[in-house]
Design a protein around this ligand. Structure first.
Ligand SMILES: [Zn+2]
Length: 344
């Protein structure tokens, strides 16, 4: 099987020849170029070059393409700070009140920085290696995450806790969903095989399972449904331990769930079996600080739990740290080949 066939089989819950492997490696890939990361993350050509170089070195089946968790926010006018040791970060929020969201337009990804640069990177990767490797061109961030960046994390958490402005909160989440959806269409038009939303702010580490179901879930599900109607595969990425929202996470309808290392692999496998594809969930700290043999052990153990009945892409549980050593990345990729074969 080719990498694309292998990933497609895993997502469609058919057995591939072996477990496919992804890398969530935009930070170490940018770092490895030797250029200032702030330049790589602002330039689609440099970003594509960095991802290509990493793919040539590691030969993973799926590329996760993004420039971090601030792209949509910046396109919507939020202040963003570019750094040299990590992904860009958002600064001051844009909205002083929930009402102000009605003044915002959904940005055109083709003409709005930095979405336009990520589209450029997608086009380059698609042209160069789009027939050899699965490109997940990420429409980060998801409804909840972008909402927190527009409104401010503590402000939105307070709005939710007070529970007095439900309609306006849904209005903000709906706007954020439309931003990500429009961007997702453009990424697929430029050659992405699938797309994703990152929802670090939607997990039980930050909001209660009840509030997850009441607010972000509604909009994540709507986005997954709309894209599915257009034949587009969506990944949903929620950071932290998602054990308390397992059934709702699956019920968003996203075809791939990106699972953090804090989530119990056996429990989520039991719930997701025959329903959805799991991607992850090797600890990114182990990948940064562990030894290759330890990475291999962790991969072997996870493969034992997640391989049965397909629906599994091996990879890190979240974005890999900037200084993840190459030998650990090799150990991750090679483990899928060594331990991940399906009986023919
Ligand atoms: Zn994460």
């Amino acid at each position: 099987m080719t990498s694309i066939e292998r990933v497609q089989a895993a997502i469609e819950l058919r057995p591939p020849d072996r477990v496919p492997v992804d890398l969530h490696n935009f930070q170490p890939a940018a770092y490895a170029t030797g250029l200032p990361m702030r330049e790589v993350f602002r330039d689609g050509g440099l970003l594509a070059e960095a991802m290509l170089k990493a793919w040539r070195e590691f030969g993973h089946d799926m590329i996760l393409l993004e420039n971090g968790t601030a792209c949509n926010a910046q396109a919507c006018g939020v202040e963003v700070i570019y750094r040299d040791d990590a992904a860009p970060a958002t600064g001051k929020p844009r909205l002083r009140s929930l009402e102000e969201v009605s003044d915002l337009e959904v940005p055109d990804p083709y003409t709005t920085f930095p979405m336009s640069e990520i589209l450029k990177a997608t086009r380059i990767l698609s042209k160069e290696i789009g027939d050899k490797v699965w490109i997940c061109a990420r429409a980060d961030q998801g409804p909840m995450d972008l909402a927190t960046q527009l409104r401010g994390m503590s402000e939105l958490m307070t709005d939710i806790a007070l529970g007095e402005q439900e309609e306006l909160i849904h209005g903000l989440l709906d706007y954020a969903r439309r931003v990500a959806t429009r961007y997702a269409y453009a990424l697929i038009e430029c050659g992405g095989h699938s797309t994703s939303i990152g929802e670090p702010a939607a997990g039980p580490d930050l909001i209660s399972p009840q509030h997850y179901r009441k607010y972000p879930w509604v909009h994540e599900r709507k986005m997954a449904e709309e894209l599915k109607e257009h034949g587009i595969i969506l990944h949903n990425h929620i950071c932290g331990n998602t054990g308390a929202i397992t059934d709702d996470f699956i019920a968003t309808g996203a075809q791939v769930l990106e699972v953090d290392h804090k989530t119990d692999p056996a429990k989520i496998k039991q719930a997701a079996r025959h329903k959805t594809c799991l991607l992850g969930n090797i600890d990114t700290r182990l990948l940064t600080f562990g030894k290759p043999a330890e990475v291999e052990d962790a991969c072997r153990e996870l493969i034992e739990i997640w391989k049965p009945d397909s629906g599994f892409i091996l990879g890190p549980g979240c974005a890999m740290g900037t200084e993840t050593p190459a030998e650990n990345i090799h150990a991750l990729v090679e483990s899928a080949k060594k331990y991940g074969a399906y009986a023919s």
